[in-house]
Design a protein around this ligand. Structure first.
Ligand SMILES: [Zn+2]
Ligand SMILES: [Zn+2]
Length: 319
């Protein structure tokens, strides 16, 4: 579980914001020194100073030395991603492959080798994309760019701090539900979201294996509060890590129960992959319950049965 958490925490590079939180001024000093060490001896003009008339200036966009942050983000993300994903594969999918009924959500199904290769490839591409986007955002914030994140615990009062956490969680959950449901409309499903549903019995790699446009959209709505709503940086990153952690757990294909009353066990999202158009929520059943889109045993589901509520078994018999 710890390993999966580490994977989830590093997959999209938001850990860089956590580093910013831990010591913004010290980090900026260290960062400036690192840039000097790397760039001055070569005698080349620093990217930071590339602000000639009419020329492109990273300075202007507060992205000076973005390549360093992106490089670091990519390197650590890939090391962790492969270490932990292959670790889970080894522990469950290889060593315990002969006893899937003991641990697997769908004991009678495994991905085909072709789909396994595909999800590793797509997952890796999207992880790289996520690490680059996160690296750019983190560079912008490190260099003093606009953000509504604040760093002092008491800056806006403790009541605000405490209430902002469930508030942010609800925003993320509502966004996940409604955008996910939107992607399950026939056209968007066929054009974009179907790529993620290629994996009927997902593994940890599947969590980020999706259409790149969906990945970018996903990142955009998760990052938006950092630029629009005053939030403590620790609360913001903490909620993101929680979401990423359960994103990995929910796609692992391994039966994990939750210790939180609001959090669904991993089989909830595994069933979304199995039955397609139901169980749209990311972490809770709340919005599925409100819109009656939880998977029901008396309904028939399938890739071509849209709407979220399946088909009545009686009517299917008549057809
Ligand atoms: Zn879906
Ligand atoms: Zn999924």
């Amino acid at each position: 579980m710890v390993a999966v958490f580490l994977l989830a925490a590093t997959v999209r590079g938001e850990w860089l914001l956590l580093v910013v939180l831990l010591g913004k001024s010290r980090l900026q000093l260290w960062y400036a020194q690192l840039c000097e060490v790397i760039e001055e001896p070569s005698g080349h003009q620093s990217l930071t100073n590339r602000s000639g008339e009419g020329g492109f200036s990273l300075d202007r966009y507060k992205l000076q030395n973005v390549h360093l942050v992106i490089g670091f983000s990519l390197l650590t993300s890939f090391i962790m991603f492969y270490t932990v994903s292959w670790g889970l594969q080894w522990i469950y999918y290889i060593k315990r492959r002969d006893k899937p009924e003991e641990w697997k959500c769908q004991p009678d199904r495994f991905l085909t080798p072709d789909n396994e290769r595909h999800e590793i490839f797509m997952g890796s591409c999207n992880m790289a994309l996520g690490a680059v986007v996160s690296g750019i955002l983190a560079t912008y914030i490190i260099n003093g760019g606009h953000t509504t994140l604040y760093y002092g615990l008491a800056d806006r009062g403790y009541l605000y701090l405490v209430l902002s956490i469930p508030g942010l969680f609800l925003y993320d959950e509502a966004s996940a539900y409604y955008y996910h449901r939107m992607y399950h409309s026939p056209l968007l499903y066929r054009w974009i979201h179907k790529a993620h549903h290629r994996y009927g019995c997902p593994t940890a790699f599947s969590a980020v294996a999706m259409h790149p446009l969906e990945m970018l959209h996903y990142q955009a709505y998760l990052a938006a509060p950092a630029f629009t709503v005053p939030l403590h940086a620790g609360a913001f990153v903490g909620v993101l890590l929680y979401i990423y952690y359960y994103g990995m757990i929910d796609h692992s294909g391994i039966r994990f129960d939750s210790i939180w009353p609001w959090q669904e066990p991993s089989v909830f999202h595994d069933n979304h992959h199995r039955y397609f158009h139901c169980n749209f929520g990311a972490n809770t059943k709340l919005f599925d319950w409100l819109h009656d889109t939880c998977r029901r045993k008396d309904r028939i589901y399938g890739e071509h049965i849209f709407g979220g509520r399946g088909k009545r078994k009686e009517s299917s018999k008549q057809n």
